[in-house]
Design a protein. Structure first.
Length: 298
């Protein structure tokens, strides 16, 4: 009897050791390695949640936030395009409420991470602001305070504007103020990654020095060049290099830009350098006949 009981106990112990453990829900990333990429299959997906099953049998849930990057910067995709059963690559960080997805890529993208790790990181160049002297399809020349010029290479990846405010190179004519974000390129020429309109009070250190001993506002002249101080639907105010401020009325007859390159009022921003041709209106005020971008150097 005792022998039979011992044999049954031994058999139960062997069975327990041989039985595989059930996969538990685990966090694949730790505080020591929060961005380690892992490839898994989607088993649950909601608008702000995704559960993956990995080849090891592990299950892990990731919170999807507004900061989660879905797809690569070169090929972004919609999170809502993912379905249960899809294979994805994910990186995460450990948050107070659990794992938060940092990046989610469709398919097995481990090779992408290997290449990204090996690729040398581009060194940032100083952010500079000044007047655009020249802009072409692949080059931009910026003049900062003191008269020093800097050349930048423009590429198809150069962004104009910021966020949802998408702009075009035509929004930055010669003479306009701009801020350039760039990385160091080959040689002395930096590669512009972003071109932004530089808008701040006239008289800043990024603009031409003006005399402060002149009246703030004087009578307009029929033709004048200067920096835009303010612009509205029916008026524009500019400050000439001499420091005087002039205000002109904008009417339906005001020509914006040239016949070869017509512009709209939204393309004229405070800080832009412009040329205004005007006439005296019926009420004695000066009405702008034509407003065009101008070259600050001339």
């Amino acid at each position: 009897m005792r022998q039979s009981l011992a044999m049954l106990t031994w058999a139960a112990l062997c069975l327990a050791l041989a039985s595989p453990a059930r996969p538990a829900e685990q966090n694949p990333a730790t505080d020591d390695d929060p961005h380690r990429p892992r490839v898994g299959t989607i088993t649950v997906i909601e608008h702000d949640l995704m559960q993956l099953k990995f080849p090891t049998g592990e299950l892990a849930r990731y919170k999807i936030t507004a900061n989660t990057q879905v797809g690569t910067p070169e090929q972004p995709v919609s999170f809502y395009s993912f379905k249960i059963g899809n294979m994805v690559t994910v990186t995460a960080r450990q948050a107070d409420a659990g794992l938060e997805a940092v990046e989610v890529f469709p398919g097995d993208q481990l090779l992408y991470f290997v290449k990204r790790k090996r690729a040398p990181s581009a060194k940032a160049a100083p952010v500079r602001a000044g007047n655009i002297l020249l802009i072409t399809a692949d080059q931009l020349v910026l003049r900062i305070t003191g008269g020093k010029d800097f050349k930048y290479t423009l590429t198809p990846k150069t962004r104009f504007g910021e966020g949802k405010n998408h702009m075009k190179p035509s929004h930055f004519p010669p003479g306009s103020l701009a801020k350039i974000v760039a990385v160091k390129g080959d040689g002395d020429i930096a590669v512009a990654t972003q071109v932004l309109p530089f808008i701040q009070d006239v008289g800043s250190r990024h603009q031409a020095p003006v005399r402060q001993d002149t009246p703030q506002k004087v009578k307009p002249t029929p033709e004048c060049k200067g920096f835009i101080v303010a612009v509205g639907l029916d008026h524009i105010e500019i400050r000439a290099k001499s420091g005087e401020c002039f205000k002109y009325t904008i009417t339906a007859a005001t020509q914006l830009g040239s016949p070869e390159m017509p512009l709209n009022l939204l393309q004229f921003r405070p800080g832009n350098f412009v040329k205004i041709k005007a006439r005296v209106g019926d009420n004695g005020s000066f009405e702008a006949k034509q407003i065009t971008p101008a070259d600050y150097r001339k």
